[in-house]
Design a protein around this ligand. Structure first.
Ligand code: BG6
Length: 472
């Protein structure tokens, strides 16, 4: 649909940016913090740093928040490290960790920035992981207790909460995100284990949504999966069927449960057929039904095209540049490259129109207000001789996505905030610190920490202007 005039962004639209604790804080063993699964990791892709220092935000958060304020951020989305609050996941509470986040939140509020808190962003306490992680039902109780500690401590100051970051990718890409149990013998055992973890996360999420609502009825909470519409690679009916399959497995399984408290029927049949269906305890259905999100947050980077499974043993072969997204599954779908889309330096397809498609689709399904918690471009940014970073490619990427967001708003979609990845440079999940996403450059290399100086990039000035003009 083309419009003669676009609707403006709402006047209280939350413009800002995002980070996560383990990717930005550093201070991995300071302040009483316990080890997380990230700290327990011993192998990194060749040539990439670990997460011990990251961007040293733990020590420099005041300077960082002041910079965000200077750029005009209305909001800042960050995560709390579970292991700073409860070092072993379900034991004693660590007062120093509690204080750290009080200080951070106070600093954010002092600058009139709205805090949006993710409770769990990939960094499960290692002590829980050693007892089976999310496969063990104990982790559900540990998460509920942890979330309630957060509500009691910060509930008066924080109005927007996100439960679990990218739960769907933790299940679909368990190997890259550390949820896959390598000791299990077969692929089927691994997947069955992952879908049981998924069920436990769903129950935990629903329970804490209820808890927040009973303690702070004015506060708002939502899930934060990574959602992207799946395209059929052609108009061949079998390809369209494959796109329905993968949409259900990748996207709607997670949002149907979060928003409606029920398993998506197609995704459920898939799990039954494959032997991955989780065990559901008596009482789970009631908990799942009772948890109601106030909004849907989601991360959006790119879409994916799929074709029909060929059943030739090759569906699971990774093809295309984006190694995490282009594999398929026997009898379900096969990943396909999308010839219409350009790619980033890291091979990720760039699809701003897909952003509008995704926004429309989620709105149509759930009619809940939407918050975009991540969107961004990873690149090898370089400091030039003038000591500046000209990241015009990032401006181009973000501008195109913001345009599509405004078109979606004009389509009738309710969107109330946008926090692209990332507020400042941080460590990528699996590609080191040279894959930069930030508006603010952090002066360090993979193995040379240099002075960790903060230098706003060209995109920072541009984004600041976008915020000032409310997206015009
Ligand atoms: C999202 C995650 O998947 O994408 C972030 O929530 C992550 O933690 C971001 O950093 C970018 O991905 P990557 O792998 O390039 O760091």
């Amino acid at each position: 649909m083309k419009y003669r005039q676009l609707k403006p962004f709402p006047s209280d639209f939350l413009w800002g940016a995002s980070t996560s604790a383990y990717q930005v804080e550093g201070a991995w063993n300071e302040g009483g913090k316990g080890p997380s699964v990230i700290d327990a990791r011993t192998h990194y892709p060749e040539g990439t740093t670990d997460f011990t220092v990251a961007s040293d935000h733990y020590h420099r958060y005041r300077e960082d928040v002041a910079l965000f304020a200077k750029l005009g951020f209305k909001t800042y989305r960050f995560s709390i490290a579970w292991t700073r609050i409860i070092p072993d996941g379900d034991g004693e509470i660590n007062q120093e960790g509690i204080e750290f986040y009080h200080n951070l939140i106070n600093e954010i509020l002092k600058h009139n920035i709205v805090p949006i808190v993710t409770m769990y962003h990939f960094d499960l306490p290692q002590a829980l992981q050693q007892q089976g992680g999310w496969y063990n039902r104990k982790t559900v109780d540990a998460f509920i207790r942890y979330a309630n500690v957060l509500f009691e401590e910060y509930g008066e100051k924080v109005n927007y909460w996100l439960t679990i970051n990218e739960q769907n990718l933790m299940i679909l890409q368990g190997e890259a995100l550390g949820t896959l149990d390598p000791h299990l013998a077969t692929q089927a055992d691994k997947k069955k284990n992952l879908y049981q973890q998924n069920h436990h996360m769903m129950v935990a999420q629903a329970a804490v949504m209820c808890d927040l609502h009973s303690k702070f009825p004015q506060s708002k909470i939502g899930p934060a999966p990574n959602i992207a519409v799946i395209y059929p690679a052609s108009s061949k009916p079998e390809d369209i069927l494959a796109a329905f399959n993968y949409n259900a497995i990748r996207n709607w399984l997670y949002l149907d449960m979060a928003a409606r408290g029920e398993y998506n029927s197609l995704a459920w049949q898939y799990m039954v057929e494959k032997g991955y269906a989780p065990e559901i305890l008596p009482g789970d259905v009631d908990i799942l039904k009772s948890g109601k999100p106030d909004f849907i947050a989601f991360n959006y980077y790119t879409t994916q095209a799929v074709e029909a499974s060929r059943g030739d043993g090759q569906d699971e072969v990774i093809r295309g540049g984006n190694k995490l997204l282009k594999s398929g599954e026997e009898g379900v779908h096969r990943g396909a490259a999308n010839p219409y889309l350009p790619r980033t330096e890291f091979g990720t397809e760039i699809d701003p129109v897909g952003f509008r498609n995704t926004l429309r689709e989620i709105w149509d399904r759930y009619h809940l207000p939407l918050l975009i918690t991540e969107n961004g471009l990873g690149a090898f940014d370089k400091l030039n001789d003038q000591g500046e970073i000209d990241d015009s490619y990032r401006i181009d990427y973000l501008q195109r996505h913001i345009e599509q967001m405004q078109l979606a708003i004009t389509d009738g979609v309710e969107v109330f905030g946008y926090t692209p990845w990332s507020a400042l440079d941080l460590i990528s999940t699996h590609q080191g610190c040279s894959k930069r996403y930030g508006f603010i450059y952090v002066n360090r290399d993979e193995f040379d920490l240099k002075d960790l100086r903060r230098i706003p990039k060209k995109s920072a000035a541009w984004y600041s202007d976008v915020i000032k003009k409310n997206g015009i």
